[in-house]
Write a protein that binds this ligand. Structure first.
Ligand SMILES: Cc1cc2nc3c(=O)[nH]c(=O)nc-3n(C[C@H](O)[C@H](O)[C@H](O)COP(=O)(O)O)c2cc1C
Length: 206
């Protein structure tokens, strides 16, 4: 079996919805097994955000999702990262997951694995591309082989509509107050990214 891991962080559920579409796409490839795992929340953030009903509700829906471990990363042949924007780049929770994986880096244990990114912002120009590109930097240090979302397979990107999707990553726009849910086209592109990561991981790792 080819193994695809989907580690994600999602405060309000948009990334959670997107990674489920990616999971569906990855599972559509024969002989592929998928694990979705959430990156651990910080206590300090939990405390502050627990005053927000939208955060509490979204966390409740994710309570049965297992916490992502470094063993999961070793297990995977391909990884679809679910990374929402925080000030134009990845959340500290996700960076902590990577920063604490120095042992894997040192032994080159993630080298040659396939990676793709799903991201999300509050506003259209809030940093979808910057989050994807800056997240790519540590992923390349680990030796991941990066998979984007080409225009040919994703003609939905050729639009002036306020939706996600770019050559760099699948994405969605949550709206300044988080009230906008992923567009059907965002979900289709997330699904295709999952499928693409799985297909390439299978070709490389069997
Ligand atoms: C601390 C913080 C910083 C954020 N920074 C940005 C930002 O730079 N640009 C932006 O468009 N949205 C920003 N947002 C909005 C989030 O990106 C948005 O809530 C998220 O993508 C929604 O995904 P989720 O529902 O999976 O949490 C920020 C949100 C928080 C809590």
């Amino acid at each position: 079996m080819t193994k695809v891991l989907i580690p994600y962080y999602s405060s309000y559920g948009h990334i959670f919805t997107m990674v489920q579409a990616a999971s569906e796409g990855a599972k559509s490839v024969d002989g592929v097994e998928v694990k979705i795992a959430r990156v651990e929340e910080f206590d300090v953030v939990k405390k502050v955000m627990s005053e927000q009903d939208a955060y509490v509700q979204a966390q409740k829906k994710q309570e049965n999702v297992p916490i992502a471990t470094h063993e999961d990363l070793k297990w995977a042949d391909g990884v679809v990262w679910g990374i929402p924007t925080r000030y134009g780049s990845m959340p500290a929770q996700m960076k902590q997951y990577l920063d604490s994986a120095g042992g894997l880096w040192m032994n080159g244990e993630l080298e040659g694995k396939v990676a793709g990114i799903i991201t999300s912002t509050g506003s259209i120009h809030g940093g979808q591309e910057t989050t994807a590109i800056t997240s790519l930097v540590p992923l390349l240090h680990f030796g991941f082989i990066y998979v984007g979302l080409p225009y040919g397979e994703n003609p939905e990107q050729l639009t002036a509509d306020g939706i996600g999707g770019s050559p760099y990553a699948a994405s969605t726009v949550a709206g300044p107050d988080g009230s906008v849910q992923p567009d059907e086209r965002d979900l289709i592109m997330a699904k295709r990214l999952g499928e693409r990561v799985a297909r390439i991981a299978k070709a490389l790792h069997g």
